[in-house]
Design a protein around this ligand. Sequence first.
Ligand SMILES: Nc1nc2c(c(=O)[nH]1)N[C@H]1C(S)=C(S)[C@@H](COP(=O)(O)OP(=O)(O)OC[C@H]3O[C@@H](n4cnc5c(=O)[nH]c(N)nc54)[C@H](O)[C@@H]3O)O[C@H]1N2
Ligand SMILES: Nc1nc2c(c(=O)[nH]1)N[C@H]1C(S)=C(S)[C@@H](COP(=O)(O)OP(=O)(O)OC[C@H]3O[C@@H](n4cnc5c(=O)[nH]c(N)nc54)[C@H](O)[C@@H]3O)O[C@H]1N2
Ligand SMILES: [Mo]
Length: 766
Amino acid sequence: MTRKPPAEDPGDARLRVGPPKEYAAGVPAVTSSLRHAGEQMGVRRSLLTLLRVNQKEGFDCPGCAWPEPDHRHRAEFCENGAKAVAEEATVRRVTPDFFAEHTLEDLLPRSDYWLGQQGRLTHPMYRPAGADRYRPISWDDAFALIARELAALDHPDQAAFYTSGRASNEAAFLYQLFVRGFGTNNLPDCSNMCHESSGSALVETIGIGKGSVSLEDLHEADLILVVGQNPGTNHPRMLSALEEAKRRGARVIAVNPLPEAGLLRFKNPQKPSGVIGGGTQLADRFLQIRLGGDQALFQAFNRLLLEAEDDDPGIVLDTSFITAHTHGFEEFAEQARKTSWADVLEATGLSETEIRDAFRDVLAAEKTVVCWAMGLTQHRHSVPTIRDVVNFLLLRGNIGRPGAGLCPVRGHSNVQGDRTMGIYEKPSEDFLDALGAEFGFAPPRHHGHDAVETIRAMRDGDVKVFVGLGGNFVAAAPDTEVTEQALRNCRLTVQISTKLNRSHVVTGEEALILPCLGRTEADLRPSGPQSVTVEDSMGMVHLSRGRLAPASGHLLSEVAIICGMARAALGAREPRVPWDDFAADYDRVRDRIARVIPGFEGFNDRVRRPGGFALPHPPRDERRFTTATGRANFTANPVEFPRVPEGRLLLQTLRSHDQYNTTIYGLDDRYRGIHQGRRVLFVHRDDLAARGLADGDLVDIVSEYEDGVERRAPRFRTVAFPTPRGCCAAYFPETNVLVPLDSTAETSNTPTSKSIVVRLEPCAGV
Ligand SMILES: Nc1nc2c(c(=O)[nH]1)N[C@H]1C(S)=C(S)[C@@H](COP(=O)(O)OP(=O)(O)OC[C@H]3O[C@@H](n4cnc5c(=O)[nH]c(N)nc54)[C@H](O)[C@@H]3O)O[C@H]1N2
Ligand SMILES: Nc1nc2c(c(=O)[nH]1)N[C@H]1C(S)=C(S)[C@@H](COP(=O)(O)OP(=O)(O)OC[C@H]3O[C@@H](n4cnc5c(=O)[nH]c(N)nc54)[C@H](O)[C@@H]3O)O[C@H]1N2
Ligand SMILES: [Mo]
């Protein structure tokens, strides 16, 4: 299976490669964000919009899920938040004229960048079966069409309802209510491809799938490990928190195969010293680990902690915490003591001295936080890896006290909230009981499909209708060729979207585009202007209200679209839900959320308090663990790490500085020295040499998997880069064609986007 590079990819010819940067943010970040905003929005609109990002009266940044500090700066946004806002508030438009001019065949070879640059969708559009292009459709006809196709299915499980993590709490709650009212739990979401491994490991071990720290905890920590995360690009406001922690004396250890600029040095553009001076050195220590070596590293730390306790009984471990609050210590300790240094050194590629030196920081810290993101969650052994992170923190009671804890750093701005609202293919019995009681119906009990299972079901003809609430499923999902064919097998695909993307171009027999309002826009409903709510990465819930005039007079809010679909599809059937009332006034939705979901009591009142409110988190708040044992669970996990056959490399697929997942803002990756192109492969110079290659050569990347299928991504320019030997990196979504559908993490079923075995083939004739 091969995927051609897009015909008009403007990057290919102009690609320039320079040295990687040694610091993040600073003046270039300010100029980059203003230039980008100005291009998309014009100067006046840019200033009006950017000053409202993350303010108490403003809208929640549609960028990442990093929380807002209590004392907000006048400009509480970062370079990449500004780009996310500009992308949505752009003045460019994709109108019915655009669709009249462009056939689907014409749009198919375009790059994700080109598609996104066309602007905001303005009208509901319909592609009838067999037609070569979309044409306008009324909202009522669109809803009636969806209702008809859903009614024609043999079983509700033949439809799947995807959610990306930008949907508000209100939209998410109504969406899952509609879907369960219709009769299925087929609610795959972007989390399945993202932090699902974190959720799986944390629910088992601490009883709740969310991180246990607040922003204040981060500020107060003595030691912060930033593992498998690139905050300089993906969570730039986290750099301010690290800077604050450092100011108070914390040490920071970065664990990453790549020397990411944001981890090394940070120039805070919101402080004079950041604009003029040398900035803050963030990481005191950089452990340049091999891909997938983290479990072995934490096992080594755990063994060293146990040995240190043997030497100094009663000093190292928090035995009273272990006795009072945990389960399974003995079994875990027996296994941890057997950790083999040979395995650890092979898995991590680090020296024993490096690990023992880092361990001195671990031992010296009374309060430790571990932060992580996709570098830990997208491997085959991600769940056991995160379990060993939990073991590490439990040993010294680093959960449920100030300055310490678990910090999975979420991606999409409301991905955590969507799960809280019930977007989950494996809902708990308690949740279904409460939902059924509130709305007087019997929700389906059997579990539904996650993202990977949905693709298989569409491929095999078992799912025939696909609805996407936001996101870009075709481009975000693994195994592009398989996923595209799966979508094409559907009777109907429906995308609720703000911007044009690949999922509008690769469709089922019939297809609908339902254009919606974004976060930045005023949402006027019959009862007045509406706000929605979101939950950040640290469990804080707050209001978000857009002010800009909508991109088109034909847009509906996500809530209104869901209510329209639900009313048409469910009609007079149970559950009897007042969809029109909900669409008219979102307070009515919040009243119901308050009655169904624990922690939301008095929702409408509490969320109107400045700054919102914190959701309960039993381990953090009271060291209570609602696991099967009623305690925090130590676990004994055999060590695992990727073993790469001779002559092959391990590929991680990651984000450039100028993209938001499948949305490509621009063609630069400034911190890594890449300009005007995306088809690059970062490889160690010696790995290139060993293959008779040199920096700048063009190669095909070929993925080898046990299913025997060869997946090929052609024509990547090699870039000699300081990554560990045997490991390489390239951007997604271009490399998603290489990720085998069946290669997923144990337990969480997340695609292994950070460990794909590949070989390089020089391109012929160049
Ligand atoms: N501007 C911007 N912001 C974003 C996003 C975006 O695309 N653009 N996406 C959002 C979303 S949905 C998410 S989930 C987050 C993603 O945030 P990140 O997880 O930071 O995103 P990635 O680019 O996937 O980076 C993974 C990092 O982990 C490292 N890594 C890879 N494999 C390993 C490993 O095996 N071990 C270790 N220790 N490190 C490893 C990589 O070198 C890289 O630094 O960001 C969110 N914020
Ligand atoms: N190979 C590889 N694949 C990956 C990853 C990886 O690291 N490597 N990362 C994975 C991760 S962490 C994630 S989270 C997924 C992301 O997967 P998705 O969430 O599905 O993808 P996005 O690119 O974030 O979706 C962008 C689209 O969302 C729509 N949109 C934007 N804002 C709004 C809004 O307010 N409302 C609505 N209705 N639509 C909106 C726009 O039309 C835009 O084109 O990708 C995953 N895929
Ligand atoms: Mo994500």
